[in-house]
Write a protein that binds this ligand. Structure first.
Ligand SMILES: Nc1ncnc2c1ncn2[C@@H]1O[C@H](COP(=O)(O)OP(=O)(O)OP(=O)(O)O)[C@@H](O)[C@H]1O
Length: 618
């Protein structure tokens, strides 16, 4: 082995060793760096974790704080609730205390009441007998009151029948009164000028009713401030109130139609102030101009009478029925059935009224149309009513400006009529209703006959035509046969037909020109209407006072109706009256007219003579 070692080699060896050491150190450094990096990573993890833990802790602390504040609030609410519960318990204790005291009080009162009831029951027990007796007395009194009421009703009925018989015997004019309901026209303002531009202020009370009805009496009571208190009563054969229907009004008129077929002439006349319901009562309510088109329960006396007439004649031997229609307009008699020159339309031709040498009232040339049913009558009437004079006034928009007279002439061979005529010829007593027999004492009959005889003998003559039985032999309505004398009992009754006449009159309304506000031609119409109505009133006055002169000829209306007013037709005046203070003066005038009409005594009505006994037959 060499002793000498190369230095280089040693150095190389040392370098190698050092390099090796360096390498291992470097490896170690690398390892340590890796480890360091890993540790850094772990540190970062740990720091992240720590941060999260801190945040979680902060969150937990926040929640904890919230929980603590919620807990605090809950504690507060709980303590409040507890305080309230304490208060409620207190109240409840108070209420319970009250309830207990109230219950005690109630119990005490109940006990007291029970004691009182027991006392009352025992008192009642003691008084039961007198009470029962009292009850029995009350029942007996009620029964007797009912009986008295029944007797009173019967008595009133008898009085009415007796009155009717007396009216028949005396030949009185029957007067029915109809008070219409309040209508818009009662509230319409009255205008000062005919041009209807200025309105007058009416008294505030003027729309209040001033009429009250009691059985067959009209009570007029007016107490307007500044005027005298007025209180008057008017009695009529029948009084209809505002609530009475057209049927109810017709029911009271209906018996006259039987009389017509039994051989009497009949006249039904509506009288009253303008707008008081005459046309409504006679024809019916209508819309537009077609008054005859009133239907059903709104039909007036004319359609209902025509219908009843044809119902009655279906059962009897009646030859024919004819209708004629006239209007008295501006004191002229117009034949509404006369046709124009072509013979087509109704023209309203002027006619004259004449008194024949025998005292008959005639309208020469008056047109008649044969009719065989109510519908035909209404058809004819519907046609002519369009010709009737109408114009508006401030009181009534559809005011009729003429008097309308519809005449139905019945030619009959009815055995009833003949038998009745025979009976009336043989004794001067009115036909008696069965119900009358028990009260129609001979004394009563004697008295009534005496009154009737007095009444008749008191007015034996008039200027125009005497109304004594003897003179009535010559009466003749228009161109149809009219009332005739009672033939002597010995006169034989052949089977010649009897002609009777039903006159249905819708008078024009009386009116105060100042109130109705008319002028020009309408003023002349009003003046003619008022003059003819005043002539009618004068005629009634003369008849009622048995004056020797009856001024029938002062007006065409009275001349035309002479046979019905002063003759021996059964005449019924239907007074139509407005109910309000506003028309008080006019209502009083109409009621006065009705009273006057009732005073007329014309002797008992007669059946007309037959064709062959001097009557003019068309
Ligand atoms: N009883 C009644 N029930 C309901 N309405 C009525 C009644 N009477 C009248 N009327 C109404 O009052 C108004 C006036 O009545 P109507 O035409 O019959 O009066 P009038 O007396 O004939 O008047 P004028 O004389 O002016 O012609 C009408 O609208 C009518 O329908």
């Amino acid at each position: 082995m060499p002793l000498f070692i190369n230095r280089d080699q040693i150095f190389a060896h040392q370098v190698h060793l050092l390099e090796h050491k360096l390498r291992s150190k470097e490896e170690r450094i690398l390892e340590l760096e890796t480890e360091n990096a890993l540790l850094h990573l772990r540190l970062a993890d740990c720091l992240g974790q720590l941060r999260r833990d801190h945040e979680g802790q902060r969150e937990a602390e926040k929640r904890c704080q919230l929980q603590r504040s919620a807990q605090k609030n809950a504690h507060l609410a709980l303590s409040k609730l507890l305080a309230q519960v304490q208060g409620l318990k207190q109240d409840l204790r108070g209420v319970f205390g009250m309830y207990v005291s109230f219950a005690r009080e109630l119990e005490m009162q109940g006990k007291e009441l029970l004691e009182k009831v027991a006392l009352i029951i025992s008192t009642l027990h003691q008084q039961r007998d007198p009470l029962r007796r009292l009850q029995e007395e009350v029942c007996a009194l009620e029964r007797s009151l009912e009986e008295e009421k029944g007797r009173c009703r019967e008595e009133r009925q008898r009085r009415r029948l007796l009155h009717n018989a007396l009216v028949e015997l005396r030949g009185n004019i029957r007067v029915h009164c109809r008070v219409r309901p309040l209508l818009p026209l009662d509230h319409s303002p009255i205008r000062a000028s005919p041009s209807f531009t200025h309105t007058c202020h009416t008294h505030p009370l003027s729309h209040t009713p001033c009429l009250s009805l009691l059985q067959d009496t009209v009570l007029v009571h007016s107490a307007r401030p500044g005027s005298q208190v007025l209180s008057r009563t008017f009695e009529f054969e029948r009084v209809h109130g505002p609530e009475d229907s057209q049927d109810a009004v017709f029911e009271e008129v209906k018996p006259l139609l039987t009389s017509l077929l039994d051989g009497y002439n009949v006249c039904i006349m509506a009288y009253g102030q303008t707008g008081s319901g005459k046309t409504h009562t006679m024809i019916g309510s209508h819309h537009g101009n077609s008054a005859a088109s009133a239907s059903g329960d709104q039909e007036g006396i004319i359609p209902k009478a025509a219908s009843e007439l044809f119902r009655l004649i279906a059962e009897r031997a009646v030859d024919s029925v004819e209708v004629s229609v006239v209007e008295v307009y501006n004191n002229e008699v117009l034949d509404l059935l006369a046709k124009d020159e072509e013979g087509g339309a109704y023209a309203g031709v002027k006619r004259e009224v004449i008194t024949t040498a025998t005292g008959n009232i005639e309208v020469p040339g008056l047109a008649h149309e044969p009719v065989s049913s109510c519908a035909e009558v209404m058809r004819v009437l519907g046609g002519v009513l369009r010709v009737r004079a109408q114009s508006p006034t401030q009181v009534h928009r559809d005011s009729s400006r003429s008097h309308l007279i519809v005449t139905l002439t019945v030619t009959s061979r009815s055995a009833n009529a003949l038998a009745l005529a025979r009976r009336l010829q043989s004794r001067q007593q009115p036909p008696r209703a069965p119900a009358q027999r028990d009260f129609w004492s001979p004394r009563c009959a004697r008295r009534a006959t005496a009154i009737a005889t007095r009444g008749r003998s008191a007015h034996t003559s008039t200027e125009d035509r005497p109304s004594s039985p003897a003179s009535s032999a010559h009466s003749s309505p228009f161109s149809s046969p009219g009332p005739s004398p009672c033939p002597s009992p010995r006169t034989s009754i052949s089977q010649e037909p009897i002609r009777t006449r039903l006159q249905l009159v819708d008078l024009a309304g009386s009116e105060c020109v100042g109130v109705s506000g008319v002028s020009g031609a309408a003023l002349w119409e009003s003046s003619c209407i008022n003059r003819s109505l005043s002539a009618l009133s004068d005629v009634l006055g003369a008849l009622a006072d048995h004056r020797p002169h009856v001024p029938y000829r002062n007006s065409r209306l009275t001349h035309l109706l002479q046979d019905s007013i002063g003759g021996d037709a059964k005449l019924l005046v239907m007074l139509c009256v407005s109910p309000t203070q506003r028309f008080l003066t006019e209502s009083l005038q109409s009621l006065g007219f009705g009273t006057r009409a009732r005073q007329v005594q014309r002797g008992p009505p007669r059946t007309p003579q037959r064709k062959n006994q001097g009557l003019r037959v068309k």
